[in-house]
Design a protein around this ligand. Structure first.
Ligand code: SAM
Length: 213
Protein backbone atom coordinates (compact mmCIF):
# COMPACT_ATOMS: atom_id res chain seq x y z
CA UNK A 1 0.00 0.00 0.00
CA UNK A 2 1.44 3.35 -0.99
CA UNK A 3 1.54 6.12 1.61
CA UNK A 4 0.33 9.69 1.06
CA UNK A 5 3.92 10.99 0.61
CA UNK A 6 4.49 8.23 -1.97
CA UNK A 7 1.36 9.30 -3.84
CA UNK A 8 2.39 12.99 -3.81
CA UNK A 9 5.87 11.99 -4.97
CA UNK A 10 4.54 9.94 -7.90
CA UNK A 11 2.10 12.75 -8.85
CA UNK A 12 4.90 15.31 -8.83
CA UNK A 13 7.12 13.27 -11.15
CA UNK A 14 4.17 12.32 -13.38
CA UNK A 15 3.39 16.04 -13.79
CA UNK A 16 7.00 16.84 -14.70
CA UNK A 17 6.91 14.05 -17.28
CA UNK A 18 4.40 16.14 -19.27
CA UNK A 19 7.46 18.14 -20.39
CA UNK A 20 9.12 17.13 -23.67
CA UNK A 21 11.64 14.33 -23.01
CA UNK A 22 14.72 16.56 -23.05
CA UNK A 23 13.06 19.15 -20.84
CA UNK A 24 12.17 16.41 -18.41
CA UNK A 25 15.83 15.31 -18.51
CA UNK A 26 17.02 18.84 -17.64
CA UNK A 27 14.51 18.99 -14.80
CA UNK A 28 15.64 15.59 -13.45
CA UNK A 29 19.28 16.65 -13.59
CA UNK A 30 18.62 19.84 -11.63
CA UNK A 31 16.31 18.11 -9.17
CA UNK A 32 18.69 15.22 -8.43
CA UNK A 33 21.74 17.49 -8.23
CA UNK A 34 19.80 19.47 -5.62
CA UNK A 35 18.70 16.25 -3.90
CA UNK A 36 22.36 15.16 -3.68
CA UNK A 37 23.36 18.49 -2.08
CA UNK A 38 24.35 16.37 0.91
CA UNK A 39 26.15 13.03 0.55
CA UNK A 40 24.19 9.78 0.48
CA UNK A 41 20.72 11.38 0.71
CA UNK A 42 18.90 8.02 0.90
CA UNK A 43 21.49 6.54 3.32
CA UNK A 44 22.19 3.73 0.85
CA UNK A 45 25.61 3.03 2.34
CA UNK A 46 24.39 2.57 5.95
CA UNK A 47 20.74 1.45 5.86
CA UNK A 48 20.37 -2.29 6.66
CA UNK A 49 17.20 -2.44 4.53
CA UNK A 50 19.15 -1.23 1.48
CA UNK A 51 21.95 -3.70 2.24
CA UNK A 52 19.42 -6.57 2.36
CA UNK A 53 17.87 -5.40 -0.91
CA UNK A 54 21.28 -5.21 -2.60
CA UNK A 55 22.13 -8.69 -1.34
CA UNK A 56 18.82 -10.12 -2.61
CA UNK A 57 19.33 -8.43 -5.98
CA UNK A 58 22.82 -9.87 -6.40
CA UNK A 59 21.71 -13.32 -5.23
CA UNK A 60 18.91 -13.26 -7.82
CA UNK A 61 21.62 -13.12 -10.52
CA UNK A 62 24.00 -15.68 -9.10
CA UNK A 63 27.12 -16.65 -11.03
CA UNK A 64 27.76 -15.78 -14.63
CA UNK A 65 30.40 -14.72 -17.08
CA UNK A 66 29.55 -11.03 -17.31
CA UNK A 67 32.09 -8.88 -19.14
CA UNK A 68 30.18 -5.57 -19.04
CA UNK A 69 27.78 -4.54 -16.27
CA UNK A 70 25.64 -1.40 -16.17
CA UNK A 71 23.84 0.14 -13.18
CA UNK A 72 21.18 2.63 -14.33
CA UNK A 73 20.26 5.31 -11.78
CA UNK A 74 23.26 4.45 -9.61
CA UNK A 75 23.21 7.52 -7.33
CA UNK A 76 26.56 7.52 -5.44
CA UNK A 77 27.36 3.98 -6.51
CA UNK A 78 26.77 1.97 -3.33
CA UNK A 79 25.16 -0.92 -5.20
CA UNK A 80 27.39 -0.44 -8.28
CA UNK A 81 30.49 -1.06 -6.18
CA UNK A 82 28.94 -4.15 -4.58
CA UNK A 83 28.30 -5.45 -8.09
CA UNK A 84 31.90 -4.64 -9.03
CA UNK A 85 33.12 -6.64 -6.02
CA UNK A 86 30.75 -9.52 -6.83
CA UNK A 87 31.99 -9.69 -10.46
CA UNK A 88 35.64 -8.61 -10.29
CA UNK A 89 36.31 -9.73 -13.87
CA UNK A 90 33.70 -7.38 -15.32
CA UNK A 91 33.91 -3.78 -16.48
CA UNK A 92 31.26 -2.05 -14.39
CA UNK A 93 29.64 1.26 -15.33
CA UNK A 94 27.20 3.34 -13.27
CA UNK A 95 25.12 6.10 -14.83
CA UNK A 96 22.98 8.70 -13.11
CA UNK A 97 21.31 11.90 -14.20
CA UNK A 98 22.97 13.74 -11.29
CA UNK A 99 26.52 14.92 -12.01
CA UNK A 100 27.03 15.49 -8.31
CA UNK A 101 26.09 11.89 -7.51
CA UNK A 102 28.42 10.33 -10.10
CA UNK A 103 31.29 12.61 -9.07
CA UNK A 104 30.97 11.25 -5.53
CA UNK A 105 30.61 7.71 -6.85
CA UNK A 106 33.80 8.04 -8.91
CA UNK A 107 35.69 9.50 -5.96
CA UNK A 108 34.93 6.48 -3.76
CA UNK A 109 35.27 3.83 -6.49
CA UNK A 110 39.05 3.50 -6.42
CA UNK A 111 38.98 2.32 -10.02
CA UNK A 112 36.59 -0.58 -9.34
CA UNK A 113 33.90 0.95 -11.59
CA UNK A 114 33.46 3.86 -13.98
CA UNK A 115 30.70 6.44 -13.59
CA UNK A 116 29.08 8.88 -16.00
CA UNK A 117 26.33 11.48 -15.81
CA UNK A 118 23.56 10.49 -18.23
CA UNK A 119 19.79 10.66 -18.49
CA UNK A 120 19.05 7.09 -19.55
CA UNK A 121 15.83 8.19 -21.30
CA UNK A 122 17.81 10.35 -23.74
CA UNK A 123 21.46 9.35 -23.57
CA UNK A 124 23.32 6.16 -24.42
CA UNK A 125 25.34 4.69 -21.52
CA UNK A 126 28.04 3.41 -23.91
CA UNK A 127 27.22 0.30 -25.88
CA UNK A 128 25.62 -2.97 -24.80
CA UNK A 129 25.94 -4.81 -21.50
CA UNK A 130 25.81 -8.44 -20.34
CA UNK A 131 24.11 -7.49 -17.10
CA UNK A 132 21.98 -4.38 -16.56
CA UNK A 133 20.62 -3.32 -13.17
CA UNK A 134 18.00 -0.66 -12.54
CA UNK A 135 16.69 -0.20 -9.01
CA UNK A 136 14.40 2.36 -7.39
CA UNK A 137 14.46 4.59 -10.46
CA UNK A 138 11.44 3.83 -12.66
CA UNK A 139 8.98 5.71 -10.40
CA UNK A 140 10.70 8.95 -11.45
CA UNK A 141 9.97 8.56 -15.15
CA UNK A 142 6.30 9.48 -14.73
CA UNK A 143 3.48 8.95 -17.16
CA UNK A 144 2.71 5.81 -19.14
CA UNK A 145 4.48 6.81 -22.33
CA UNK A 146 7.68 7.63 -20.46
CA UNK A 147 7.50 4.35 -18.56
CA UNK A 148 7.12 2.53 -21.86
CA UNK A 149 10.10 4.49 -23.26
CA UNK A 150 12.17 3.76 -20.14
CA UNK A 151 11.42 0.04 -20.46
CA UNK A 152 12.42 0.04 -24.13
CA UNK A 153 15.59 1.94 -23.30
CA UNK A 154 16.57 -0.58 -20.63
CA UNK A 155 16.01 -3.45 -23.06
CA UNK A 156 18.10 -1.63 -25.70
CA UNK A 157 21.14 -1.62 -23.37
CA UNK A 158 21.26 -5.44 -23.37
CA UNK A 159 23.86 -7.46 -25.26
CA UNK A 160 22.32 -10.41 -27.17
CA UNK A 161 22.55 -12.81 -24.22
CA UNK A 162 22.34 -10.11 -21.57
CA UNK A 163 20.28 -10.11 -18.38
CA UNK A 164 18.22 -7.18 -17.10
CA UNK A 165 17.46 -7.03 -13.35
CA UNK A 166 14.99 -4.43 -12.03
CA UNK A 167 14.20 -3.87 -8.36
CA UNK A 168 11.30 -1.75 -7.09
CA UNK A 169 8.84 -1.59 -4.19
CA UNK A 170 6.12 -4.22 -4.18
CA UNK A 171 3.27 -4.15 -5.21
CA UNK A 172 4.07 -0.97 -7.19
CA UNK A 173 6.61 -3.06 -9.12
CA UNK A 174 3.68 -4.70 -10.93
CA UNK A 175 2.95 -1.30 -12.52
CA UNK A 176 6.57 -0.23 -12.96
CA UNK A 177 7.66 -3.51 -14.56
CA UNK A 178 4.59 -4.10 -16.68
CA UNK A 179 6.03 -2.81 -19.96
CA UNK A 180 8.99 -5.13 -19.45
CA UNK A 181 6.60 -7.98 -18.58
CA UNK A 182 4.56 -7.28 -21.72
CA UNK A 183 7.49 -6.70 -24.08
CA UNK A 184 7.45 -9.47 -26.73
CA UNK A 185 11.19 -8.93 -27.22
CA UNK A 186 11.87 -9.92 -23.60
CA UNK A 187 11.40 -13.14 -21.63
CA UNK A 188 10.89 -12.89 -17.90
CA UNK A 189 13.28 -15.36 -16.31
CA UNK A 190 12.56 -14.74 -12.65
CA UNK A 191 10.76 -12.69 -10.03
CA UNK A 192 11.45 -12.67 -6.33
CA UNK A 193 9.14 -10.76 -4.00
CA UNK A 194 10.76 -10.09 -0.63
CA UNK A 195 8.33 -9.21 2.15
CA UNK A 196 10.71 -10.00 4.99
CA UNK A 197 12.14 -6.54 5.61
CA UNK A 198 9.10 -4.38 6.42
CA UNK A 199 8.95 -2.67 3.01
CA UNK A 200 8.34 -5.37 0.37
CA UNK A 201 10.19 -5.18 -2.92
CA UNK A 202 10.36 -7.22 -6.11
CA UNK A 203 13.44 -8.23 -8.09
CA UNK A 204 12.45 -9.11 -11.67
CA UNK A 205 14.84 -10.54 -14.27
CA UNK A 206 14.60 -10.60 -18.06
CA UNK A 207 16.51 -11.80 -21.12
CA UNK A 208 16.01 -10.97 -24.75
CA UNK A 209 13.40 -13.38 -26.15
CA UNK A 210 15.02 -16.30 -27.90
CA UNK A 211 18.33 -15.86 -26.05
CA UNK A 212 17.71 -18.98 -23.93
CA UNK A 213 17.74 -19.28 -20.14
C1 SAM B 1 16.48 6.25 -5.24
S1 SAM B 1 17.96 6.40 -6.17
C2 SAM B 1 18.39 4.69 -6.41
C3 SAM B 1 19.87 4.47 -6.46
C4 SAM B 1 20.31 3.01 -6.66
N1 SAM B 1 19.76 2.45 -7.87
C5 SAM B 1 19.96 2.16 -5.48
O1 SAM B 1 18.96 1.44 -5.54
O2 SAM B 1 20.68 2.24 -4.49
C6 SAM B 1 17.37 6.83 -7.79
C7 SAM B 1 18.43 7.45 -8.68
O3 SAM B 1 17.92 7.51 -10.01
C8 SAM B 1 18.48 8.64 -10.64
N2 SAM B 1 17.67 8.96 -11.82
C9 SAM B 1 16.38 9.36 -11.86
N3 SAM B 1 15.98 9.55 -13.13
C10 SAM B 1 17.04 9.25 -13.93
C11 SAM B 1 17.26 9.26 -15.34
N4 SAM B 1 16.29 9.63 -16.20
N5 SAM B 1 18.47 8.88 -15.80
C12 SAM B 1 19.47 8.52 -14.95
N6 SAM B 1 19.33 8.51 -13.60
C13 SAM B 1 18.12 8.87 -13.10
C14 SAM B 1 18.47 9.70 -9.56
O4 SAM B 1 19.38 10.73 -9.79
C15 SAM B 1 18.81 8.87 -8.31
O5 SAM B 1 20.18 8.95 -7.99
Amino acid sequence: MRTLPDRLHRTFFRTMSLLPARGQGRFLQRYFDWFHRRPDPWRHSVDPYEAAKYDTTLRSVGGGDFRRILDVGCSEGTFTLLAADAYPGADVVGVDVSQRAVARAAARAGGRAAFAAADFLNQDPGGRFDLVFCAETLYYVGREERLRLASERLRSFLAPRGTLVVTHPWPEARRLHRFLDGDPMLSKIGEHVDAGHGRPFAVSSYRLAGAGV
